[in-house]
Unconditional design. Structure first.
Length: 99
């Protein structure tokens, strides 16, 4: 990750805003894939795959550490995101099965 050295507060805030836009786009993209995954599963229990969730959390914690970022911050963010996306996946699963 190459970082540009900002020369002003405004420039730094502008860069942060652009990063935030990309983060939101990536989260939306992740959520779209989660909804697709719902169509490959056969039960709600399969959606709540605790082993997979643990693997994802472990992986992103390791990535955070390697980038000098707090693994606890990433853990908290991912737990919240995954919880919300599991709800989204369950809704998608139930909608797909109702047709």
């Amino acid at each position: 990750m190459e970082m540009k050295k900002c020369r002003t507060l405004e420039e730094a805030r502008e860069k942060i805003d652009k990063v935030d836009e990309e983060i939101v786009k990536l989260i939306a993209q992740r959520n779209d894939y989660i909804k697709q995954i719902a169509h490959f599963k056969t039960s709600v229990d399969e959606i709540k795959a605790e082993d997979r969730i643990e693997d994802v959390i472990s992986s992103v914690r390791e990535q955070a550490i390697s980038l000098g970022l707090s693994p606890n911050l990433i853990n908290e963010l991912y737990v919240k995101m995954i919880d919300a996306m599991v709800e989204s996946e369950v809704a998608e699963f139930n909608n797909a099965k109702s047709f």
